[in-house]
Design a protein around this ligand. Structure first.
Ligand SMILES: *[C@@H]1O[C@H](CO)[C@@H](O)[C@H](O)[C@H]1NC(C)=O
Ligand SMILES: *[C@@H]1O[C@H](CO)[C@@H](O)[C@H](O)[C@H]1NC(C)=O
Ligand SMILES: *[C@@H]1O[C@H](CO)[C@@H](O)[C@H](O)[C@H]1NC(C)=O
Length: 465
């Protein structure tokens, strides 16, 4: 036995030789993965640099030199080497760092002195969401839900693109779906539990709503379409909807044949995988051709799933404009209340909170910042850009200030039967002066200047310019 083992080892020797020879050379040129145990603890040889601090070259913006509580917006996009400094707080950053993030998130790098403690994370950029690409170059979809924003529990969102004539496959889901068309136009259709039918064309600025469980489809018209979807469940997953292809694929063909009164062979050509987002035959220009009218009739206008919000003029206010769509005018959209807000440069959506609902916000255009204040004393300031989502929990106060030089536009979505907010300015102005004076030590002239009307969006000079 011993001899046999020896002869086997000898046979392997030629194969091992190159490795044995190569090893010493490798050790010379390439250090091993781990160092020596002698590196543990005190080192008499280590060469610690002594001398003066390296010269980090930077200049501060005017607002950066002020008392931190003033908290002006710092436009770091115009700064070579932005620094985490406000007045006498902070210190320089020699790196390593990501200048891209630091430049567009100045309120994170150098927060106002009024920020404190830890709030929820109230920001998610769709640009950090995984994008699901559709087949046949038909489009894409990306989502935000509690996987990426754990505290955004009441609502989730999807940003979806369909190329011309592409479909979002026939489907339904457990959540209710509210949508704002962002670009282009599409045809939407559905059938409700009474067998009543619905079909309509919607374009940028219009809104639709599909109640839970109501099957529907979306097809892009000539220019293609991009839309925002908001769901009334924070953990909604766009990948887990009930698709027409899948319900057919996962029902015995014998059962399908019996159910639809046909033969098993009728299902020979059904797709062998889901389609989800896919290319289609262009919708007929004349919508009447797709107006299926049955004995059950069409869904009555008052219960229609679309609202032509693009045709509603915005209500002008000092710093911009506001327009609201909620169940008072769009009754079928049970519990979805929304406002599209435009804020001119320098202006600000006033400090407010929503008494009965969390707020899910999508930035459509421009840039802005908001401070989320959470009782008793936590506050975080976030910088937002078009394509970002903000989330403010129920009754947590916030404002949204335009920090750019173009109009800022966003949509606030609530889970409420009516769009309501509590404005800080109106509250304080409508409270007996003595009470306010005793509490906040505001002067008589300040108290006299307060406005009892709700402002929605206040005007202001563009302090960032
Ligand atoms: C839609 O997208 C096109 C191409 O980016 C753009 O030119 C157009 O202004 C957009 N329309 C709206 C309503 O945003
Ligand atoms: C579909 O037909 C019904 C019944 O004729 C009509 O009331 C409805 O307006 C039509 N819908 C569309 C989108 O043309
Ligand atoms: C509306 O949404 C709120 C917040 O999610 C919820 O508490 C309430 O029950 C909902 N109301 C209806 C009628 O669905």
């Amino acid at each position: 036995m011993k001899l046999e083992a020896l002869s086997q080892a000898l046979c392997l020797l030629p194969a091992l030789l190159p490795l044995i020879e190569a090893a010493p050379t490798r050790r010379d040129s390439n250090p091993p993965l781990r160092g020596s145990e002698a590196l543990v603890g005190y080192s008499s040889t280590e060469n610690i640099a002594t001398g003066s601090k390296p010269d980090v070259k930077y200049s501060l913006l005017p607002g950066q030199k002020e008392t931190p509580d003033i908290g002006a917006y710092l436009d770091f996009e115009k700064v070579d080497n932005p620094q985490p400094i406000r007045g006498s707080t902070g210190g320089d950053d020699p790196g390593p760092r990501n200048y891209y993030y630091d430049r567009i998130n100045s309120d994170k790098l150098a927060p106002p002195g009024t920020d404190n403690g830890q709030t929820i994370n109230a920001q998610w950029p769709f640009g950090l969401s995984h994008n699901r690409l559709g087949i046949d170059s038909a489009g894409w979809a990306r989502q935000e839900n509690t996987v990426v924003m754990p505290d955004a529990t009441q609502m989730a969102g999807v940003d979806m693109r369909l190329e011309p004539a592409a479909y979002r496959e026939l489907h339904w889901h457990v959540a209710a779906e509210w949508s704002l068309v962002l670009n282009g136009s599409c045809r939407i259709q559905a059938v409700n539990e009474n067998g009543e039918t619905f079909v309509d064309d919607v374009s940028a600025g219009d809104v639709w709503f599909f109640p839970p469980g109501i099957p529907h489809s979306i097809q892009a018209l000539d220019e293609g379409v991009e839309f925002l979807l908001v769901f009334d469940q924070g953990d909604f997953n766009e990948d887990n909807t009930f698709l027409a292809t899948e319900v057919f694929l996962h029902t015995p063909k014998e059962v399908l044949a019996k159910d639809l009164g046909t033969t098993v062979a009728a299902f020979d050509d059904i797709p062998d995988d889901e389609l989800y987002i896919f290319a289609g035959t262009a919708a007929p220009k004349d919508i009447e051709k797709q107006n299926v009218t049955t004995a059950s009739g069409v869904i009555p206008r008052t219960e229609s799933y679309s609202y032509h919000f693009s045709e509603q003029d915005a209500h002008e206010v000092a710093g911009g404009s506001v327009k609201i769509v909620d169940p008072l005018t769009f009754p079928v959209a049970n519990n979805f209340s929304a406002a599209i807000v435009t804020v001119h440069p320098g202006g600000m959506r006033e400090i407010h909170w929503h008494p009965t609902s969390d707020e899910w916000t999508f930035f459509i255009q421009g840039q802005g910042r908001a401070t989320l204040f959470t009782a008793p004393n936590a506050a975080t300031t976030f910088d937002y850009r078009a394509g970002d989502i903000a989330y403010f929990p129920q009754s947590n106060s916030h404002y949204i200030e335009n920090t750019g030089d173009e109009d800022l536009m966003f949509v606030e979505v609530l889970q409420a039967s009516q769009f309501t907010d509590m404005a800080l300015g109106q509250w304080i102005a409508s409270t007996p002066r003595q009470i306010v004076k005793d509490t906040l030590k505001l002067s008589d002239s300040t108290l006299a200047s307060l406005k009892t009307e709700k402002q929605y969006v206040v005007a202001g000079s563009n302090t960032t310019a």
